[in-house]
Design a protein around this ligand. Structure first.
Ligand SMILES: [Zn+2]
Length: 373
């Protein structure tokens, strides 16, 4: 039995889950039924291998067998939780994780999975990612080291927004480290189903950076990799679409051109696009209605206490005035604003920006005088 179990564990290490299940099943058929610890471990490992193969009912069956032979072992309940989670039965998953946690109160993995489950019951998935903290962590070569270090300097926020029940999310402004962003999502059992772009600048989309970042012919990974490797659609405002196709080489078939006021759904979560030209012709903000407090992803249009740069070649000071004063300033006071860079904190509100930021009431004439180039 020990040899079969060891061979099964080795097969798991190599990612050969079908062989592992075969070996564990053989071990289970020959085991002395009084060897409770071994019996439970085999059912637990078998459950894990089924889960890896996407065989969720089989994973649950093995987890239940594990619990029935050794009810006071935290691991069996954890395996039940994992299987229920994969089956999207979050109430049952929460019950299993709670039982597991009561037997292993300090286990951080169980705590993390339980909190993901509680979030799934509520239904909304939202994450704000920062380079150096959540991605761009361990460069694999000298080029990646250069890219990660630029990302940390530029402090781009990247967002994952979606449905915590169906485990689907879109990534907003995917750039710098697509592998790292995907790993973050996978850790949360989230499938990325789309890439939303707030505007075409390379630090929000990847592609060829402007000087001096273009030294050594470096290309920054971004929405192109998601479109090509994962076949996800790329949602970009129609006025920035052409430049993204060119500078990023995103296949035209992957681009979904977005108009002002368009809406997309990610499971039960809705994303409303607001065209906010000024920083670029196709800059757009994304409004996500929530029961208590709407969320606005403001890209480089609105920052805490400022707005995006207006001194670049295709910026438009007058258009920015309209975007800020006529569109964003009229959103509800308590709307929580998440910007495209960490320039002094993770978020602000429409009320705060109207009081002391760039949504302060100002005449168009004064605005144009203040921002005369
Ligand atoms: Zn920008």
């Amino acid at each position: 039995m020990d040899a079969l179990k060891a061979a099964g564990n080795e097969a798991v290490r190599q990612g050969n889950y079908t062989s592992a299940i075969d070996l564990y099943t053989q071990a289970l058929s020959s085991i002395d039924k009084n060897m409770v610890d071994d019996l439970a471990a085999l059912h637990s490992n078998c459950s894990f291998a089924h889960l890896k193969l996407g065989q969720h009912p089989e994973a649950l069956d093995q987890a239940n067998k594990c619990v029935s032979v050794k009810p006071d072992w935290s691991k069996g309940h954890f395996r039940c939780g994992e299987a229920y989670f994969a089956l999207q039965d979050y109430a049952a998953a929460a019950e299993s994780y709670e039982k597991a946690l009561s037997l292993s109160p300090d286990d951080q993995t169980i705590k993390r999975r339980l909190s993901l489950t509680q979030e799934a019951i509520e239904g909304f998935y939202f994450r704000q990612l920062l380079p150096g903290r959540d991605f761009c962590l361990t460069p694999s070569d000298i080029i990646e080291r250069q890219i990660f270090s630029s990302a940390r300097q530029m402090q781009n926020f990247i967002y994952l927004v979606g449905d915590a029940k169906t485990r689907e999310a879109v990534v907003i402004d995917a750039a710098w480290d697509v592998k790292g962003i995907k790993a973050f999502a996978a850790q949360d059992s989230i499938k990325l189903v789309g890439a939303v772009v707030t505007h075409y600048h390379f630090d929000h989309t990847g592609g060829t950076p402007p000087p001096p970042f273009d030294a050594f012919g470096i290309k920054v990974p971004g929405v192109r990799e998601l479109a090509v490797e994962d076949s996800v659609p790329v949602y970009v405002n129609k006025f920035d679409a052409e430049i993204i196709k060119q500078s990023n080489n995103v296949p035209a078939a992957s681009i979904v051109e977005i108009e002002d006021s368009a809406t997309i759904s990610v499971g039960s979560v809705k994303l409303h696009f607001i065209h906010t030209p000024g920083h670029t012709p196709g800059s757009q903000c994304i409004l996500v209605p929530r029961p208590s407090q709407d969320i606005l992803l403001s890209g480089d249009t609105l920052f805490i206490g400022s707005c995006g740069r207006l001194d670049l070649p295709d910026c438009d000071v007058k258009a920015m005035y309209t975007s800020l004063q006529k569109k964003l300033a009229s959103l509800p006071d308590n709307t929580r604003v998440y910007p495209g860079h960490d320039y002094g904190g993770p978020y602000t509100t429409i009320a705060d920006e109207r009081r002391k930021g760039f949504l302060r009431p100002v005449s168009e004439r004064d605005w144009l005088l203040q921002h005369k180039m």
